[in-house]
Design a protein around this ligand. Structure first.
Ligand code: 6PG
Length: 467
């Protein structure tokens, strides 16, 4: 009898190859497919034992090599290619089979594909996978959404390959339809926010405290042993040490300051606007990538305006302030992303469990951080709390750190150092925690010029005035 494999994977780029080898390491047999023979051969070579991992350039051989119901994961670039792969698969597979899209697909595409495949009796899963190439190989965080009953089929494989946090797998069924892709999209929005904040604190330490790369390395390493412990702080500390293999000095100083983006951060912001949920730290992170891309204009503008002479700050003081302000802004960034998720859960009927999401982000993914264990505990205590800022467990953490954000934002403004993510986080905090905002004037203006009406503080009803 022909050998049949437990799991199929299409797209044998670095992520796909690593993921399939991870599946094989965990006691499941896996079969890969890619139209590129080099990639197929690379996997066969790396996998070694063909009874555990094999691959083919033929889609027919691939499909026929899988146990039924087939579990087929796609790790291909988001967009049109996902539809093409699905269309190629459809004539070959059977009712009851499952297709899992592990890429960063836009969530409405996932809904469309799920509805289309349901008519053919095929289960479709959008499953965000985070952790980059290393995560895929050694244990990513996986965010699956789709049919709950169908998930059981793939659950043992996902739980085996996922990263573990104190023994608990960083994967869980998140909800119906595109819940998995949606959660991954917001994960990436948070990722953008944390990266922006880290980069501006790096800038501030250099400009305000004259930190060199060795000092930055030591400081970030120390931070990674404290409450800022996180993947992004950890890798930053290593980045500062990396020598330039094409010249003198450190690589970080040679990298062009234009950040690229594939769209997930922007989608997070766009959708937050649709939902009416403010996420200004994440919005600012997207805007800063856009500003960074305008390098030529920035160079011209730099020559046109004077900047204040920077008054440096004692390193000891700066260190305390930046650590504390970064902790504050990290909390605000998670709070904004999670707020968006709780609103999306209602609007799109995802039935998300916020504690579960925080838990599967504790290891494997790019935004993993010590803070997520506290966030999970806060949502376990009060699953319905819409915003972390309303959670009793976070009051002290925020109250104890906001003052350093104020000091740094004021210092940066005075010295002409951009601190947009931190400033956006602070302003968000000040506005979200204000029982009275001046938007009464906006209402008056709207009514003045357009008869848009207003409500009153002292009476029920809708009012209009002939101003
Ligand atoms: C992850 C990442 C990953 C993302 C990259 C690049 O969780 O592993 O989020 O999915 O594609 O971080 O994203 P940008 O190119 O948009 O920065």
């Amino acid at each position: 009898m022909e050998r049949k494999y437990d799991f199929g994977l299409i797209g044998l780029g670095v992520m796909g190859r690593n993921f399939i080898l991870n599946v094989a390491d965990n006691g499941f047999t896996a079969f890969g497919h890619d139209t590129d023979p080099e990639k197929v051969n690379a996997l066969k070579g790396e996998g070694g034992d063909l009874t555990k991992v094999d691959a083919s350039t033929s889609i027919k051989t691939f499909v026929n090599s899988l146990k039924q119901p087939r579990k087929i994961m796609l790790l291909v670039p988001a967009g049109k290619i996902v539809d093409t792969v699905i269309e190629n698969l459809l004539p070959q597979i059977d009712r009851g089979d499952m297709i899992i899209d592990g890429g960063n697909s836009f969530f409405t595409d996932t809904d469309r594909r799920e509805a289309h495949l349901e008519t053919r009796g095929i289960f479709f899963f959008g499953a965000g996978v985070s952790g980059g190439a290393e995560g895929a190989r050694k244990g990513p965080s996986i965010m699956p959404g789709g049919s709950k009953s169908a998930y059981k089929v793939v659950q043992p494989i996902f739980e085996a390959v996922a990263a573990k946090y104190q023994g608990e797998p960083c994967v869980a069924y998140l909800g119906p339809k595109s819940a998995g892709n949606y959660v991954k999209m917001v994960h990436n929005g948070i990722e953008y926010g944390l990266m922006q904040l880290t980069s501006e604190i790096y800038d501030l330490l250099q400009k305000g405290g004259n930190y060199n790369n060795d000092q930055l390395h030591h400081l970030f390493k120390k931070w990674n042993e404290g409450r800022l412990q996180s993947f992004l702080i950890e890798i930053s500390s290593e980045i500062f040490l990396q020598k330039d293999d094409q010249g003198e000095g450190r690589l970080i100083d040679k990298i062009l300051d234009k950040a690229k983006q594939k769209g997930t951060g922007k989608w997070t912001s766009q959708n937050a606007m649709d939902l009416g949920i403010p996420i200004p730290t994440i919005d600012m992170a997207v805007s800063m990538r856009e500003i960074s891309a305008l390098k030529d204009e920035r160079i011209k503008a730099d020559g046109l305006y004077d900047r204040p002479q920077i008054e440096s700050m004692a390193q000891e003081e700066l260190e305390k302030l930046t650590e504390s302000a970064l902790y504050f802004a990290f909390i605000i960034t998670y709070a904004q992303g999670l707020h968006q998720l709780s609103e999306a859960s209602k609007d799109y009927a995802y039935q998300l469990n916020m504690a579960v999401i925080a838990k599967i982000w504790r290891a494997g993914c790019i935004i993993r951080a010590g803070l997520l264990a506290d966030i999970a505990t806060a949502f376990e205590a009060d699953p319905a709390v819409p915003n972390l800022l309303l959670s009793p467990a976070f009051i002290e953490k925020v109250q104890g750190t906001v003052a350093s954000a104020r000091t740094l934002v004021a210092y940066a403004a005075k010295n002409g150092i951009p601190l947009p993510g931190l400033a956006a986080s602070l302003t968000y905090f000040d506005a979200y925690t204000a029982s009275r905002l001046p938007l009464n004037l906006i209402q008056a203006q709207r009514d003045y010029f357009g008869s848009h009406t207003y409500e009153r503080l002292d009476k029920e009803g809708i009012f209009h005035t002939e101003w």
